[in-house]
Design a binder for this molecule. Structure first.
Ligand SMILES: [Zn+2]
Length: 183
């Protein structure tokens, strides 16, 4: 079954089982080339659909650094497990095919699994027919890694992990004296 992810031009295929999603996504990569992102979190926000997950480090070999933050990501299809739409799927929720050249990626920091890295893919939102929504385990906007559930429960609007939040706060604090002087 094929449809579009709400308010985006991302084509979605739905499957009963994760293995089926993986097989189909793998076949698509074999046909079109590109990298396979294991999807952990989907976030439809005001401006864009953000897809968080991991890709193999070796698929970044030909990443064009000059196009790092371009929004012109060439996307294949999003292969999702049905259960993810009902918040009943353990990550990964499915797979997103990223065609080459890989652009529009936001990279996380080093991962524990040295062979994969966390990335966020941003696709411009084209309509506003639905409210903002999230599917999956919420990931940090800065390092792209999952935010522990305890933090999400304690701070429902947290989109940064504790580590990144304190790092950013430290930076802000160290900038403060300069701001005061410049006023
Ligand atoms: Zn973080």
């Amino acid at each position: 079954m094929e449809l579009r992810f709400p308010d985006s031009d991302v084509c979605v295929h739905l499957y009963d089982l994760l293995e089926e999603a993986e097989t189909a996504a793998g076949a698509e990569v074999a046909n079109t080339g590109g990298a396979l992102q294991a999807v952990h979190f989907l976030h439809l926000c005001e401006e864009s659909l953000q897809v968080y997950g991991t890709i193999p480090i070796n698929s970044l070999a030909d990443l064009d650094q000059s196009q790092y933050s371009s929004s012109a990501q060439r996307l294949g299809k999003l292969h999702l497990v049905w259960a993810s739409l009902f918040h009943q799927q353990e990550p990964p929720l499915g797979y997103l095919v990223l065609q080459r050249p890989l652009v529009g990626l936001f990279l996380g920091e080093d991962d524990e699994d040295a062979s994969r890295t966390w990335v966020r893919v941003e696709v411009p939102r084209v309509r506003h027919s639905t409210r903002n929504l999230t599917i999956g385990v919420r990931c940090c906007m800065h390092c792209c890694r999952p935010i522990p559930l305890e933090r999400v429960r304690a701070v429902p609007d947290a989109y940064l992990c504790v580590g990144c939040k304190s790092t950013l706060e430290r930076k802000e604090n160290s900038n403060e004296p300069r701001n005061h002087n410049s006023r």
